[in-house]
Ligand binder design. Structure first.
Ligand code: GLN
Length: 538
């Protein structure tokens, strides 16, 4: 196919309808037909990226290989497509304005008044087309964050209107994701909210080509006809998206609803294969019909929010499917770890200590790691979780009383976790951590080596503090082995306790690389260790 085609996905009626999952599901179906597809997310907030956003505000910050701190939807794109995304796949209003203002300061606008239209919209269009210019993709799906009618989305909607005009009908289309609510008092599905949001879109000069309707109940042909008639769409373009028990069902549901076929027809694409969703279906079946069950704990300070540890939870789902095991995740708030929780941890088959920032809840994390270490419960520490494992070991095995990370206690006597020199003078918080993909050499005869079955791996990072190598010899002598090291910096990337059956801490974030096609080996091995531990208790 010569020319890149563009699909725009907008949302109406309500937020959280799952534009990211619908975009990723459509992309998956098109990819399985042999087309090269990527997805881009446009976020209407003014932050340059979500890196400085609190997880309470915006959920997890996802990190790409090229070190971009991005929206968590990019995680879904990678998990579904098994294709890496990059900085170009996530654009925010902040980034758009920053580029335009920088140009203005350089005098690039030659005395013109700089305005939302055309300067901001031109920059939005340039960013949308950037991925297309690589010629790597047959189709680019662009998801517009927010809900139609939001003031802050207006420049994006206007850019889509202009682009549709420029690209022409067969090279672009708009999918509008909407809600068809069920009123239990009337026992009826209601179409009016959808009619209104389609109308709002029309007021901005955009006709939706396809409606994807989130619903709790089956949408009858009558309702489809009504929506088609009132919203100016073909009746085969009213697609039902019923609530699913797992997000991984959505591509299969969209295949049944023929969303991909409608898209191919409208974009006049003819050189495609039949869908091939066999391995995906196998993955979903293993997930839905597990043969065993384990209970694991996830210790963190944002555990009440599903979205804060999105990639970790999805990596656990992937690993559960590989092991044909239902993994029940017990959220343990690190600030509420007391004797009652100690008992709970002792009943678990495995423990994950989550990444994080700041001192809130760290004593709970350290305590829970001690329980896991002393009782040989499989333990997996990620980023801050690894740092806490090093502190726990230093305090309780090396007897370095009150040892700590300088992030939590600047004046600690034993700074076993400390800042790298190049991080010490940083004043700008945005985009200045150790980010993105870094090499890690794995030591022979280590657990990490047998899990990865490789000498050199690459994993993604997002942190400032590191294991302080001044203490490395002492730690190793006492039994905590550094089994992964970045050879150019000497920084420790993986620690493990050979004495325990499965006790591993990693300075990086393996959860960013787990996909349906390639579940992450560390998570797969961890869940398998939890299974073994569970069996050994019986
Ligand atoms: N706060 C720690 C650091 O910056 C850990 C970060 C994390 O867990 N992502 O090093």
């Amino acid at each position: 196919m010569s020319k890149t085609k563009y699909i725009f996905v907008t949302g109406g009626v309500s937020s959280s309808l799952g534009k990211g999952i619908i975009s990723a599901s459509l992309a998956k179906l098109l990819q399985s037909r042999g087309l090269n597809v990527t997805i881009q997310k446009l976020d209407p907030y003014i932050n340059i990226d979500p890196g400085t956003l609190n997880p309470y505000e915006h959920g997890e910050c996802y990190v790409t290989s090229d070190g971009a701190e991005t929206d968590l939807d990019l995680g879904h794109y990678e998990r579904f497509l098994n294709v890496e995304t990059s900085q170009a796949n996530n654009v925010t209003t902040g980034r758009i304005y920053q580029t335009v203002i920088d140009k203005e300061r350089k005098g690039d606008f030659l005395g013109k008044t700089v305005q939302v239209i055309p300067h901001i919209t031109d920059e939005i269009k340039r960013r949308i087309k950037l991925l297309g210019e690589t010629n790597d993709f047959d189709i680019i799906i662009t998801e517009i964050g927010g809900t139609v009618g939001d003031i802050e989305s207006l420049p994006y909607i206007e850019s889509v209107r202009q682009l549709r005009w420029e690209l022409g009908k067969v090279n672009s289309l708009v999918i509008h994701l909407t809600l068809v609510p069920y009123l239990s008092a009337a026992k009826e599905l209601k179409t009016k909210p959808t009619q209104h949001s389609v109308k709002t879109l029309m007021e901005s000069g955009i006709n939706a080509d396809i409606l994807v309707c989130r619903t709790e109940h089956e949408i009858s042909d009558d309702i489809k006809n009504k929506l088609a008639l009132f919203c100016n769409v073909d009746v085969d373009s009213v697609i039902q998206s019923k609530d699913a028990s797992t997000i991984y069902d959505v591509p299969l549901m969209m295949e049944k609803e023929k969303l991909d076929q409608v898209v191919l027809k409208k974009l006049q694409i003819s050189n495609y294969n039949p869908t091939d969703m066999d391995s995906w279906t196998e993955f979903v079946n293993k997930l839905k019909y597990p043969k065993s069950k384990v209970n694991i704990g996830l210790v963190g300070k944002y555990v009440e929010l599903q979205d804060s540890y999105k990639s970790i939870l999805e990596s656990i789902v992937h690993a559960g499917s590989v092991n044909e095991t239902e993994v029940v995740v017990h959220s343990i708030h690190s600030e509420h770890i007391d004797e009652k929780v100690d008992e709970l941890i002792l009943k678990l088959d495995g423990l994950i200590v989550a990444p994080g920032f700041g001192s809130r809840g760290i004593e709970g994390k350290i305590n829970s790691i001690r329980i896991a270490r002393e009782n040989n419960i499989p333990f997996f520490g990620i980023c801050l979780g690894m740092q806490m494992a090093v502190i726990e070991f230093s305090r309780n095995v090396l007897n370095l009383k009150n040892s700590n990370s300088t992030e939590m206690d600047e004046n600690t006597l034993y700074p076993v976790i400390s800042l790298m020199e190049d991080q010490k003078n940083i004043t700008n918080m945005g985009g200045s951590m150790r980010l993105g993909s870094w090499d890690c050499d794995i030591k022979k005869n280590s657990k990490a080596n047998s899990i990865y079955n490789a000498k050199l791996i690459k994993e993604r990072h997002r942190h400032r503090w590191e294991l302080n190598n001044t203490y490395l010899e002492e730690l190793e002598k006492a039994g905590l082995k550094a089994s992964g090291i970045n050879s150019s910096t000497g920084l420790v990337e993986i620690v493990e306790l050979p004495e325990n059956d499965w006790f591993i801490g990693v300075q990086f974030h393996p959860e960013y690389k787990s996909t349906v096609e390639n579940p992450h080996p560390l998570f797969v091995s961890f869940i398998s260790a939890c299974l073994n531990y569970n069996k050994s208790k019986k």
